[in-house]
Ligand binder design. Structure first.
Ligand code: 13P
Length: 253
């Protein structure tokens, strides 16, 4: 059965002290993670070790990096390798967030290389996809997202693809307070799952967790997560508020 996941993406926010306090508050709050549910915290690189220490021993709770480089090691000043992440016990990496695609020119093909190296090191990519507003307005979002999946993921084997988590994040809904409607989210998630079913078969497609991202809040998470093809969320702004992210964890189905 596929996992239901509440993933926090802190982006480039918080000082170390603020991050520690946020995690302390979330840990202290009552939550109920069943066997099939995970909470993941994608924190800035300098806080990975702190987060690992604070969350160690917590059942079904993981720390993620927000990015990694596509090469094993070498003269790539300023970059962080998957081997480094693995060496500190990190098991998840967010890849291809729309902010990385937009501000750092990350292409579908470049992301395919990052996906490959993560899987080589047994790290789960949380692979982000999603269309900008003009594509949604032209009603070509399926073609756009389909191409992102095809160019970054469809070279993988069936055994590999079930190790990838997908996050569908319509760019027009990120940080705008404008959420995709429950129907729009379900429609796109079902489309994504169909793409995987066509390529790898239904049984494989049903094993893949597909998260929704874009203005997920404490008060809309339950309704979005209740959609049959939505397996949780990747959360920006609301993940920086302990009560809100706790409520989002508790909204997992
Ligand atoms: P917001 O929840 O702030 O809209 O951000 C979504 C996002 O980009 C998560 O990766």
């Amino acid at each position: 059965m596929r996992k239901q996941i509440a993933a926090a993406n802190w982006k480039m926010n918080l000082t170390l002290a603020q991050g520690e306090q946020l995690l302390d508050e979330i840990i202290a709050a009552p939550h109920s993670l069943s066997n099939n549910q995970l909470a993941v915290f994608a924190v800035p690189f300098p806080y990975l070790t702190m987060a690992q220490q604070k969350l160690s021993g917590k059942q079904n709770v993981f720390v993620a990096a927000q990015n990694c480089y596509s090469k094993k090691s070498g003269a790539y000043t300023g970059e962080v390798s998957v081997e480094m992440l693995q060496s500190i016990g990190i098991q998840y990496v967010v890849l291809g967030h729309s902010e990385r695609r937009e501000y750092f020119n990350e292409s579908n093909h470049f992301l395919a290389e990052k996906v490959n190296i993560c899987l080589e090191y047994n790290i789960t990519p949380i692979f982000c996809c999603g269309e900008p507003l003009h594509i949604r307005e032209a009603d070509t979002q399926n073609e756009f997202v389909g191409k992102q999946l095809e160019e970054s993921l469809f070279h993988l084997s069936a055994g590999q693809i079930t190790k990838v988590v997908i996050a569908y994040e319509p760019i027009w809904a990120i940080g705008t307070g404008k959420t995709a409607s429950n129907e729009q989210a379900q429609e796109m998630h079902a489309f994504i799952r169909q793409q995987f079913a066509a390529k790898y078969g239904e049984a494989v497609a049903n094993e893949i967790s597909i998260l929704y991202g874009g203005s997920v809040k404490a008060n809309n998470a339950s309704a979005i997560f209740a959609q049959p093809d939505v397996d949780g969320g990747l959360v920006g702004g609301a993940s920086l508020i302990a009560n809100d992210f706790t409520a989002i964890i508790n909204a997992l189905k």
